[in-house]
Design a protein around this ligand. Sequence first.
Ligand code: C2O
Ligand code: CU
Length: 495
Amino acid sequence: LAIPFVRGIGGSSSTGTLLESRRPLPAPFTRRLTVPPELRPVPVGSDVDRFEITQRPGQVDILGGVSTPIWGYEGIFPGPTLRSRRGRPVVVTHRNALPVPTVVHLHGGHTPAEHDGYPTDLLLPEPMADHSGHNGGRTAVGRREYVYPMNQPAATLWYHDHRMDFTGPAVWRGLAGFHLVTDEEEQALPLPRGARDLPLMIADRAFDHDGTLLYPSNTDDLLDNPGVRPPYQAGVLGDTILVNGLPWPTTTVDGARYRLRLLNGSNARRYRLRLDPPPPDDRAFVQIGSDGGLLPSPIRHDSVDLAPAERMDVIVDFGRWRPGQNVVLTNDFGTGNTAHVMRFEVGDKVEDGTRVPDRLSGDHSTLRHTDAVRTRRMVFQSRDTGGAHRWLVNGEPFQPDRVHADPKLGTTEIWQLVGDLHHPIHLHLSHFQVLSRGTSGPRRSDHGWKDTIDLLPGEPAEIIIPFQDYPGRYVFHCHNLEHEDMMMMGTMRVA
Ligand code: C2O
Ligand code: CU
C-alpha cells in the first residue's frame, strides 16, 4: 500500500488529504446494494450468545471485474452483522489470522474494561503465537474472548479495530462491522423491520491501478521526506464513496417506510446527507435514534450531518415519491464523485402498516448542569513543534496509562471540549448528552445519547457524562482515525 507523498487538500468540511484513485471507477449507481450477512451464534446453552469471528485477509469484488485484497472479519468488508438482545450476554471469540496484531473495540458498547479493546490490549496473530515467548499485560495469542454484558438499550453499535498507532490503516483495509442491539421496548414499536431495516455503512476509499486500496505509508514518506509532516496525518479521504463495501450502490425500494441505520465508517470524511429530489414537505428523514439508541421522540430533518463514527437511525417513507422515481442520497460536503452516496429506485406504493410513534423510548432523562459533580476541560489541538506535528489532548500525546481524567464510578461530569479543527470526539464506556455548543444549545442532530460528538473548529461544546456500569481504564479520542493514530487520545481511569 505504500504510495509516494500525497499532496493536496480535499473534501470541504472534512479535515484531511484527498487520495485519488489511479484506475477508472465504476459509474455511480451501477452496483447493487448488499447488506452484510448476519453471523449466527454458535449453538450452546440458552443464557448467552456465542459468536466466533476469524480476522483474515480476503479478496473482494468492490469495483467490478477486479479483486481488492482486504482484511476482514470473516474475510469480508463490512464484517458480518451481529445481533444481540439487551441483558443477554454475548461472548465473541476472535481468531487473528492476519499478519499483524489487532484489537477489537465494540463502539458504543458498555463493556468491562478488560474487554473494551484498550489500544495496547493486543490479540497477536496465530502464526506469531509459536514464537512469541511470554507476552505481558493483557496480550492474548491467536484467539481472544470478548465478553459483552449487553446491559444497554437497543442501538446501532459497530465493532472495529483499535490497535494503537494502526487503527486508521486497519479500518481502511476493512476491519469494521455492525453490531445491532434490540430490546423489548424497540420490539414493541411499529417500526420497519426485516428487509426494510437497512444498516448502511458509509465509508470512502481510494484504489490503485490494480484494485488494491490506497493508503499512505508513514515509513516511506518519512524516509523520503525527513522532517516533513505528511499532510495525511490530518486525515485520509478517498474519492470513492462505498456503502456496505460497494461504490455508489443502487437498490430498489417499495413505496413504504424504511429504517436506515446510517453509520459513518469513514476514517476522516464528514457528510451532510440529503435526499434528491426532496419529498414534498422537505423533511426527508425522521430521526428515531442516535449513537446510544432510540430518541424519546422523533426529530424531522431535511438533511443530517454525520461525522466519523456517528450513527443516525432514520425512517424514510419512500411512499412520498412517485413509483419509478430515482432518489439519490447526496452529500453536501462532497464535490464531484463524493457529492453522492447511493441511489434508491422507488417502486410501487404499498400499505406497510408501520408508523413512527410520537413517543419512542421511555429510557430518557435530560441531564442538567446541576447533575454534575465536576467539570473538566479537554483541548484537542494539533501543534507544530519544530518540524514534528503533534496531535494532542490538553497538550499531551496519548501514552498508555497516562491518565487524563479520573472520574468516579456512579458520578456525572461535564466535559468542555475545545478543538482547533473538525474533531469527532468519542468516549468509550459512557454515552453522554450534549449540553451546549458555543453560545447556543445542542444542534438538532445532537439529541439523544451520544458517544461521538462532531466537534467544530472554534466552537467549544459541553457534554454531560454519567460514568456508570464499570470501573477501569478506557480511552477517549478523536475518531478521525489518522488523528487518533497520531496520538489524539487520552485515558480515563474510572475509579
Ligand atoms: Cu470507534 Cu475508540 O472507537
Ligand atoms: Cu481530530
